[in-house]
Design a protein around this ligand. Structure first.
Ligand code: SF4
Ligand code: SF4
Length: 367
């Protein structure tokens, strides 16, 4: 079968070898899913690539890995296909190439740009209180009116939702199956929430020192649940504002700040752990050309979490205006870049797991 990119052609070659060998079938979901297929379309390969967690176990176990002439390096090949899939399905098409190589520079550049822009807005809107707003009740809105915040961030959030939905729809059209049942979603939710297949069949992920560890799963969990707690905090604050007429900022012991602080700590520790895990990762497993996108994704999550915690800790000082601008700049960058970076991997992996659950129920293959 011919494919649209060299990365997909290489993945197809490796799938054909692995499908004959099958030595690794107990390691993760990729191998049993592969065994249900005889031939692989572009969509099938993107599905398999998004099932892979890149733990490296199959590279370590493979008798056909380089320097063998078959040169089987499945984690790297699937990482390449997976990373390309984020751009391939992104919406609108014009935004696709942005994040491949320049993700880190873009994340940091946009955060600084938006933070300076918002600082300028604050200076123009509230020149008299920019260094003293921390003394006022309802101090965030002394710097930036609530209506302006809702307009800017509501529009960015809606854009993000539409773009992510369109990307996921394109992915599903190409890689999915029509007859998903509730049980398939339950199974996929369970496996996604537990990161069931991230541990290389129980050993953990492989690193430079050849000693597998399970820490990567822990860092992923801290980031994922930290993000969900931050989302819960913002949603609850919105309910307080509109439902109970209680305006931010809230006392530290109230639920929105407690959830936000716990989520921010999870994001910061998880992101630092992921950066460390990336540095320790075996070089042969990496798809180096996408490292800008990978680091950009972690950097923007780290900045969002750290600036939110700093705002909480120093919001009663004259630094309030600058910290608010930095935090809002990071959040705005996060919303606008999310559909074009690695963040979508969580959603695509969920969809790949749902198809895997469905294929197992049907005994293999799409229809
Ligand atoms: S990765 Fe290597 S050992 Fe594992 S199934 Fe493929 S060819 Fe066989
Ligand atoms: S999840 Fe691990 S074992 Fe499975 S294909 Fe990916 S790298 Fe190989």
């Amino acid at each position: 079968m011919s494919h649209s990119t060299a990365a997909l052609t290489e993945a197809d070659r490796l799938m054909t070898i692995c499908n004959s060998c099958r030595y690794c079938e107990g390691l993760c979901a990729v191998f049993p899913a592969m065994e249900m297929q005889r031939a692989f379309s572009d969509g099938d390969l993107n599905h398999l690539a998004n099932l892979c967690h890149g733990c490296g176990a199959c590279y370590h176990d493979c008798q056909f890995a380089p320097p063998h002439e078959f040169a089987v390096n499945l984690p790297q090949s699937l990482a390449r296909v997976r990373s390309k899939s984020y751009g391939h399905y992104a919406w609108p098409a014009a935004a696709r190439p942005i994040f491949d190589k320049h993700g880190l520079a873009l994340a940091l550049g946009c955060t600084v740009f938006f933070a300076l822009f918002l600082l300028g807005f604050i200076a123009a809107h509230a020149p008299g209180v920019i260094w003293s707003a921390h003394l006022e009740a309802g101090r965030f809105y002394a710097l930036m009116p609530h209506g302006a915040m809702v307009a800017v961030f509501g529009a960015a959030f809606l854009w993000m939702l539409v773009a992510v939905f369109m990307g996921a729809r394109a992915f599903w059209k190409d890689c999915g199956a029509r007859d998903l049942g509730a049980g398939d979603h339950l199974r996929a939710s369970h496996d996604a929430a537990r990161l069931t297949y991230l541990d290389g069949g129980g050993m953990g992920c492989f690193n430079e020192d050849d000693a597998p560890t399970d820490r990567r799963r822990m860092w992923h969990h801290l980031v994922f649940y930290g993000f969900l707690l931050c989302l819960a905090s913002t949603s609850l604050a919105t309910l307080y504002h509109y439902g109970f007429d209680a305006k931010a900022p809230y006392a530290w012991w109230q639920l929105p700040p407690l959830l936000g602080i716990a989520g921010g700590i999870g994001l910061v520790i998880g992101c630092l752990g992921l950066l460390r895990a990336k540095a320790a990762r075996l070089g042969a497993l990496k798809a180096q050309e996408f490292r800008g996108m990978e680091y950009g994704f972690i950097a923007i999550l780290l900045l969002t979490g750290a600036s939110g915690l700093a705002l909480r800790a120093a919001g009663h000082t004259p630094a309030l205006g600058s910290l608010l601008a930095l935090h809002l700049g990071a959040v705005l960058t996060f919303f606008l870049t999310l559909p074009y970076g690695k963040f979508v991997h969580g959603l695509y992996r969920y969809l790949a797991l749902a198809r895997y659950a469905r294929d197992r129920r049907h005994g293999g293959g799409t229809s």
